[in-house]
Design a protein. Structure first.
Length: 135
């Protein structure tokens, strides 16, 4: 880490540079859902994002007849969840999976994320959900 101080007539400003090698990635593949079934309106497991400032969420399932969104729910305490954003999926080139994601989500001050099936009628099968990020 390098530190530099800039002086001015109105005071000083300290600027700290962080080397890219000091940033560690958090999260792992399929930590939100690992080949699970999400019933209509059901949620995935929760994953801690307390060690992340920015995160990326990726989703896939085999419910190719569904047009319903996937909600990303966020919590500041792992008890009270609210909708952060929705994932709008599209079919993969083979037409066998719905895939989607949300990138560069600011999760500062939040502790947990989970996925929710927004459908009122369709269960999503073969669900994979991943959240990864860094400080």
């Amino acid at each position: 880490l390098a530190t530099m101080v800039l002086d001015s007539t109105n005071g000083s400003l300290t600027v700290t540079e962080q080397n890219a090698s000091a940033v560690t990635n958090q999260g792992s593949y399929a930590n939100l859902a690992n080949n699970d079934t999400l019933a209509a309106g059901a949620s995935s497991t929760t994953v801690s994002v307390a060690n992340m400032n920015i995160c990326n969420v990726f989703y896939s399932d085999s419910a190719t007849a569904s047009n319903d969104q996937i909600r990303i729910l966020a919590s500041p305490d792992n008890s009270n969840f609210f909708e952060l954003v929705e994932i709008f999926t599209s079919l993969n080139p083979a037409g066998t999976l719905r895939e989607g994601g949300a990138t560069s989500l600011n999760v500062q001050g939040l502790t947990h994320l989970k996925l929710e099936n927004a459908s009122s009628a369709i269960s999503n099968t073969n669900v994979y959900g991943t959240v990864v990020g860094s400080k």
